[in-house]
Design a binder for this molecule. Structure first.
Ligand code: ATR
Length: 286
């Protein structure tokens, strides 16, 4: 049984409601593997209590925490410092507590980027990338890709105004990298033809019995690497269709694990045991 004593350092997970999160299993497996006296604990916090809880954490033995729905934006107002990428994303999912100060980061896009590098051996430098969706996941991924020198980001969303607004935010920060694409097949086809990577950041695909593929499969081509942020099921209809064409494919599981890897490294300053985290995640889903 693991040791918990007065020296134990805690890492929290703040959200509401929390449900079955993979993070406690993955992070505690990593701490155990590294023989660190740290414990990752989920804490359900209601919106009206967030400020009080966050301000109390440095006074207890907390080394940091993750933040999830619905607090990723709101939490920013209670922090002392926010890293540049998190600032441009406009949301924080990881907080480091050091010398009583709270610094916010966003590791979601970095998780995606690492997954692309580790699993598909792809860098985004100079690449044209087609992104479906304009919500929180799209923001984190697209800002990270722009920061890492993607050449062109085509952003396509059901609600066009949200794509336009995201494009404006990206371009004001990183130059004219992004273009909004209307949900019109001709326009989408043109952009997808010019792209080497396609990423679905919407939740479409999570419920295979009712969900369809998020774009017409006729728009896919064999030179695309096709990525989905959906991780359950591992093989969405989008990835199945892409595989049939011979595309490289990547599920959202890597993004989930590697955002945790980056967070572990922010809290501890130690290289994360990523294989252990992967094994814990696989066990969680199987
Ligand atoms: P997340 O934080 O997971 O990105 P979100 O911020 O709620 O979640 O964003 C969800 C994204 O998926 C949005 O781009 C949304 O499109 P709208 O902006 O038009 O709402 C997209 N989305 C969700 N369900 C969809 C569906 N059935 N068809 C197309 N797009 C969908």
């Amino acid at each position: 049984m693991r040791r918990v004593d007065s020296k134990t350092k805690y890492i929290g997970l703040l959200g509401y409601p929390l449900g079955h999160s993979i993070s406690p299993i993955m992070q505690n497996a990593a701490f155990e593997n590294k023989n660190m006296n740290n414990l990752y604990i989920p804490i359900e916090v209601r919106k009206e209590d967030l400020g009080q809880v966050v301000r109390a954490m440095p006074k207890m033995n907390f080394r940091g925490f993750n933040v999830t729905i619905p607090h990723k934006i709101e939490v920013m107002s209670y922090l002392d410092e926010i890293d540049d990428l998190a600032k441009s994303i406009g949301a924080v999912n990881t907080v480091l507590i050091k010398d009583g100060r709270l610094k916010g980061y966003n590791t979601d896009g970095i998780g995606f980027l690492r997954s692309l590098g580790y699993e598909l051996k792809l860098s985004v430098d100079g690449k044209n990338i087609f992104i479906l969706g304009s919500g929180g996941a799209a923001r984190a991924i697209s800002m990270t890709l722009a920061m890492n020198m993607a050449n062109r980001l085509y952003i396509c969303n059901r609600t066009y105004e949200k794509a336009e607004s995201l494009v404006k935010d990206i371009n004001s920060k990183y130059g004219n990298v992004a273009v909004a694409i209307p949900l019109v097949e001709e326009k989408m086809e043109e952009a997808i033809k010019d792209a080497e990577i396609l990423i679905n950041t919407t939740s479409v695909g999570t419920y295979p019995d009712v969900d369809d593929i998020p774009i017409n499969k006729a728009l896919l081509h064999s030179k695309l690497a096709v990525c989905d942020v959906v991780y359950n099921p591992r093989k969405t209809k989008l990835l199945q269709e892409a595989e049939k064409l011979g595309c490289k494919t990547m599920s959202g599981l890597g993004m989930l694990i590697y955002q945790g890897e980056e967070a572990f490294e922010i809290w501890t300053g130690v290289k994360a045991p990523v294989e252990t985290m992967f094994e814990a995640a696989e066990a969680f889903f199987n």
